[in-house]
Write a protein that binds this ligand. Structure first.
Ligand SMILES: C[S@@+](CC[C@H](N)C(=O)[O-])C[C@H]1O[C@@H](n2cnc3c(N)ncnc32)[C@H](O)[C@@H]1O
Length: 268
């Protein structure tokens, strides 16, 4: 049976908190076949360096998916807690989890309100649109006065608050500059909502047994300046913003050919 993901702005499939959950249910282990998931070792090498991780550091992985970074970092001796909104991905992450890696299903929009996860991590990572980025203009709800709330900003606030003083955040964000260029060149079949900075694409996904489904995907995009402003808003000191490709994390200056920016910022 095919998935019905007719979840335009503001509409969600029945029984889920987020439009990505049925996508994760369909993908299951096939998520790890995507090329962008293949660079975990390079990404963890780079994270150890930019986060200046000390032996025994305690790390929160936000939007951890099936746990590829959490598993690798736990294997390197760190204590890692992964949160994700997808029950399916949390089940996969818990399967064969190495010692030191724990997981729970949680909506990252609730992080700031979850006292036990605030003010305690040496590092917070949020990679490949893990929660931050997989949000549309409709995913934040409204505040007490009926004004729309930006869901990504809510997630950012929760991640900043999860750090202990001196702890560091590493956050990758999809690049607005890259997206606009790739669409103009015909390399990326997506629409870009300029007012909200969100791309929308229809794409095919495959289950582990090869069953195909066509789904909607939305991704919020950022510029380095917006990331700097977000960090300042949440009292984080920016240490670096580099231009990265999944699986090729380096200290390169941000350029329009980099699909993502990697923000590293410190709670003072
Ligand atoms: C593209 S995957 C990235 C997973 C992982 N970080 C990686 O690099 O492979 C995005 C993840 O974010 C999760 N996610 C999206 N919105 C979320 C939210 N509000 N709270 C928690 N997790 C969320 C999805 O379920 C999915 O596992």
């Amino acid at each position: 049976m095919g998935l019905n993901l007719g979840c335009g702005e503001g509409l969600r499939p029945m029984g889920s908190d987020h439009w990505f959950e049925p996508i994760a249910d369909h993908l299951g282990t096939a998520y790890l076949r995507y090329s962008f998931t293949k660079g975990t070792l390079n990404e963890c090498d780079h994270l150890e360096q930019v986060l200046a991780l000390e032996p025994g550091a305690v790390i929160l992985d936000v939007g951890c998916g099936p746990g590829r970074h959490a598993h690798e970092l736990a294997r390197r001796g760190y204590t890692v807690h992964g949160i994700d909104i997808s029950t399916r991905f949390i089940e996969l992450a818990e399967r064969d989890a190495p010692e030191g890696a724990t997981f729970e299903r949680m909506d990252a929009r609730e992080l700031a309100a979850t006292a036990r996860l605030q003010n305690r991590f040496d590092a917070v990572i949020c990679l490949c649109q893990g929660a931050f980025g997989l949000m549309t203009a409709a995913d934040g709800g409204v505040d007490d006065e009926g004004r729309p709330v930006d869901a990504n900003t809510t997630v950012f606030a929760g991640m900043a608050g999860a750090l202990r003083c001196g702890g560091r955040l590493a956050l990758s964000a999809f690049s607005s500059h890259f997206v606009v260029q790739a669409i103009a060149l015909g390399d990326y079949a997506a629409e870009f909502d300029v007012a909200n900075g969100v791309t929308h694409e229809r794409t095919e996904i495959r289950s582990p047994t090869g069953e195909v489904d066509e789904v909607d995907l939305w991704t919020a995009c950022y510029t380095p300046r917006e990331l700097r402003l977000l960090a300042a808003l949440h009292r984080l000191t920016v240490e670096s913003i580099s231009g990265v490709d999944p699986g090729d994390y380096t200290d390169a200056n941000p350029g329009v050919d980099h699909p993502e920016f990697l923000l590293v910022a410190r709670r003072m």
